[in-house]
Design a protein around this ligand. Structure first.
Ligand SMILES: Cc1cc2nc3c(=O)[nH]c(=O)nc-3n(C[C@H](O)[C@H](O)[C@H](O)COP(=O)(O)OP(=O)(O)OC[C@H]3O[C@@H](n4cnc5c(N)ncnc54)[C@H](O)[C@@H]3O)c2cc1C
Length: 312
């Protein structure tokens, strides 16, 4: 169904606007309805910003509530989907570009670095926002500068990487920053060697993660290098724990999976409560969410001491 009323007619004509269940647009396959626009035309950016939209990438790090969202959800489209040479070893990349496409491009052109992100499902915008990473590297390791719209502003601007206090799973820029693209500064590498490195990483992920089932990746940030969240949850005996349609993956305990593709966000919230409460009571560890939650109960961000013991 086309919902022209959500944006002006011109916007809706140039961009694709419809009401959609966000379960269809997230890797978790969970989430209620919203008005979703694909912002193909850069000239319409100001209108999307005015409407206080939420920005959606590949939906690989998201839990969306069952009631859906009252505000529009916007995905960057055509004008933001590009990889261009911008000098020796420098690429200009749009935020809508699929990260896998960027990784493959760099491997084929002998540009080293991004192959260390092989197998991470993301758009470039989502990867910048989350500073997505693996054991080898983080997204912001190769970035020279980013094009963003800062919260409260209405114009894009470029920010140098040196001005970004990037940390584990965060770009360091304020919440609500919109990423439009970036420039990467890359070093030369042998395409065959880069391909092998990326391939090994993908295989390691396939061997240790439940990639065939819907999930949003790792649910919790690792409390420390010595104690990854998955190892802790496993030690707590919660591997395989189920609530409604979701379970703690028997393959990797920091993944919650939706095997029947019919789970509710509230199932995830209840299972997360059980895990966080148990980790705090038995080990004194405060597990923090790595997954972003939209239109979900505040308890996901509460200190576990404030949560009730009531288990579903
Ligand atoms: C099977 C699986 C494996 C995974 N493995 C890894 C891994 O190894 N390492 C890792 O770091 N992550 C991993 N993840 C999580 C996910 O891949 C990353 O968090 C990724 O960066 C999400 O990108 P996205 O485009 O899907 O963002 P989304 O999930 O769509 O959005 C995530 C957040 O970014 C915001 N956002 C999206 N696009 C933009 C934009 N253009 N500007 C501003 N904000 C934006 C959204 O508003 C939201 O707040 C995995 C996920 C899955 C499902």
């Amino acid at each position: 169904m086309i919902v022209m009323a959500a944006f002006t007619d011109g916007f809706a004509t140039r961009n694709r606007v419809q009401t959609q269940r966000l379960a269809e647009l997230t890797t978790f396959r969970i989430g209620g309805p919203a008005t979703v626009a694909v912002l193909d035309a850069r000239e319409d950016l100001a209108e999307a910003l005015e409407r206080g939209a939420r920005w959606l990438g590949k939906g690989a790090n998201l839990l969306v509530g069952d009631e859906g969202l009252p505000m529009p959800v916007v995905r960057l489209g055509r004008d933001f989907d590009f990889i261009r040479e911008a000098g020796a070893g420098v690429l200009a990349v749009g935020a809508a570009t699929d990260l896998a496409k960027l990784v493959n491009h760099c491997i084929a052109h002998g540009l080293a670095g991004p192959e260390g992100l092989a197998g991470v499902p993301a758009t470039v915008g989502g990867a910048l926002r989350m500073n997505a990473g693996t054991v080898h590297c983080w997204t912001l390791d190769f970035v020279r500068r980013v094009e963003v719209v800062l919260p409260g502003r209405d114009q894009p601007e470029w920010i140098e990487r040196s001005a970004m206090p990037a940390v584990y799973r965060s770009s360091g820029l304020p919440a609500g920053t919109l990423f439009l693209g970036c420039e990467l500064a890359l070093t030369p590498g042998d395409p065959q060697a880069l391909k092998e490195r990326g391939g090994k990483l993908k295989k390691a992920k396939a061997d240790s993660q439940p990639l065939a089932l819907p999930s949003a990746g790792c649910v919790f940030k690792n409390p420390s290098k010595e104690l990854p969240a998955g190892k802790l949850i496993d030690q707590l005996g919660l591997k395989g724990a189920r609530v409604g349609g979701v379970e703690v993956s028997p393959v990797h305990a920091n993944f919650i999976v939706n095997p029947g593709r019919d789970a509710l966000a509230q199932d995830v919230v209840r299972l997360v409560r059980r895990i966080r409460r148990t980790a705090f009571k038995e080990r004194g560890v405060v597990l923090e969410m790595e997954i972003e939650a939209w239109a979900c109960p505040d308890e996901l961000r509460a200190h576990p001491a404030e949560l009730s013991d009531e288990h579903p």
